[in-house]
Design a protein around this ligand. Structure first.
Ligand code: SAH
Length: 244
């Protein structure tokens, strides 16, 4: 049998949010590759090899998966959420770009998943119901000055915003700076929601204003959603009207 490689999104955490397409790829796979906690979501079975790896080894992980597919294995690289959102799909193509030309002829498929910001928005109501953008606040792969510039431009452009990787132990101060920038660019009454472990048993949703938000409200398991100037509360929901 000829090999293939699928880079698949497992969604935010609840197995009910894994698409049937991803489920079928997982069932047809001989090998699962990915960051340990994501690989741990796949039930072991005969004929399936699980290859968990550490964070930050995306290119090695992708090259390993490509070598296996070239050798005839059926490989799924798993990401949380959607594989194209700050995740493995781009890493896979980077590895293809820098690898042997034959890798371009492999059967490569990208299988979408439900990304954290969309799962969080659905739990909150409809805070991303008008124009919005998504920003990765980690400066692992880009300078902080770029992030700061994009934050200001997004705020000035009137976008609602979703922030991934908002705050980690190695970057404890930058989310405080993010809040300072937003307070300088937007009104203090602007709504901001912190959605932690969305669609998992310990899910926690908190909505407050920019004036009252603190950096400690976010961590690496949180996706943060800042509304636009029209975003409002409606009972227990947060929503953004479709016109602005
Ligand atoms: N590919 C993933 C994102 C990977 S970046 C996706 O599409 O969702 C990792 C960041 O995603 C985390 O720091 C957090 O900001 C966010 N995230 C992922 N799963 C989440 C969840 N269940 N609840 C809240 N945030 C989540």
């Amino acid at each position: 049998m000829s090999g293939w490689i699928a880079v698949a999104g497992l969604g935010p955490g609840d197995d009910a949010l894994i698409t049937p397409q991803v489920q079928a790829a997982l069932e047809g796979a001989t090998d699962i590759v990915g960051y340990f906690p994501y690989v741990a979501r796949i039930p072991p079975r005969d004929g399936l090899t699980l290859h968990g790896s550490d964070n930050r080894v995306e290119l090695e992980r992708a090259a390993h998966a490509l070598r296996m597919a070239a050798g005839g294995r059926r490989v799924v690289i798993v990401s949380s959420g959607d594989p194209g959102v700050f995740a493995m799909a781009s890493a896979l193509f980077e590895a293809v770009e820098n690898g042997p030309p034959a890798w371009l002829d492999l059967d490569i498929r990208v299988l979408p998943g439900i990304t954290a910001m969309l799962a969080a928005a659905a739990r909150l109501g409809a805070p991303l119901g008008h124009d919005f953008c998504a920003i990765n606040l980690s400066d692992n792969l880009k300078p902080w000055a770029v992030i700061e510039h994009r934050l200001r431009m997004a705020a000035r452009g009137g976008f609602a915003m979703a922030f991934y990787n908002p705050r980690s132990r190695s970057r404890p101060h930058q989310f405080g700076q993010t809040l300072e920038i937003l307070r300088a660019e937007c009104c203090g009454a602007r709504l901001i929601s912190f959605a932690r472990d969305v669609c998992k048993p310990d899910e926690r949703l908190l909505t407050t204003t920019l004036a009252e938000a603190t950096a400690e409200m976010a961590d690496m398991r949180t996706v943060v959603i800042v509304g636009n100037a029209q975003t409002r509360r409606l009972g227990r929901f947060v929503y953004t009207p479709r016109s602005a």
